[in-house]
Design a protein around this ligand. Structure first.
Ligand code: AMP
Length: 193
């Protein structure tokens, strides 16, 4: 199978060709058609299997196809991941995948000043990649509203639980609109996930 079998829009295909992706990995082959159809997905995948593209590519495509006509840019996709390193990596990949679209992303994480992050948010982004603590902090300060979220990704769900993020995750999910697409990825699938 090649990426051209997955019905991705030309600006995304162009980016993939430029990056050098030809064949989708198995998680990409399985997840991309389901996510494009708007289904919720619980994916079992380790880091290194191509799971970032598995959720990002179909989300970018849906955001392009449903870009509001009024020119407003609200955060419509939220990706929550446990560590700063993963958050930065995901945001860098999304920037590459979306380079020929009008979809903007940014990344927020703790341990650094929030000013550069809030400046980026004020410019308007479609996709936000976040670690849980800083996300909740900026939500409380009203720099971020989750009211327009249509796509929610929980990455490395098992590590989130191990790292004690369960209360933060519950708080975040409580703020999401009922009507949304949810994608959960986890390397292991213990019962509590
Ligand atoms: P991830 O599991 O998303 O962190 O991806 C692991 C690595 O595989 C990253 O360096 C990606 O750029 C690369 N990658 C993801 N999908 C593909 C693909 N279909 N073909 C070649 N490389 C890929």
């Amino acid at each position: 199978m090649t990426f051209s079998d997955l019905h991705l829009i030309p600006p995304i295909q162009k980016a993939l060709t430029q990056i050098g992706y030809i064949n989708p990995t198995s998680i990409q082959q399985e997840a991309i058609p389901l996510v494009l159809k708007g289904q919720d997905v619980l994916g079992s995948a380790q880091t290194g299997t191509g799971k970032t593209a598995a959720f990002s590519l179909p989300i970018i495509q849906q955001l392009v196809e449903h870009k509001p006509k009024n020119g407003r840019t609200n955060v419509r996709a939220l990706i929550v991941t446990p560590t700063r390193e993963l958050a930065i990596q995901i945001a860098e990949s999304i920037t590459e995948y979306a380079q020929y679209t009008n979809i903007k992303n940014t990344v927020i994480f703790g341990g650094v000043s929030q000013n550069a992050q809030t400046q980026q948010l004020k410019k308007g982004v479609d996709i936000l990649v976040a670690t849980p603590g800083r996300l909740i902090d900026l939500m409380h300060q009203r720099f971020i509203s989750l009211e327009h979220i249509t796509h929610f990704v929980l990455d490395e769900a098992d590590r989130m639980l191990d790292m004690g993020f369960i209360h933060d995750i519950k708080k975040i999910i409580a703020q999401l609109p009922q009507q949304r697409q949810s994608l959960f990825f986890s390397a292991t699938m213990p019962k509590n996930i």
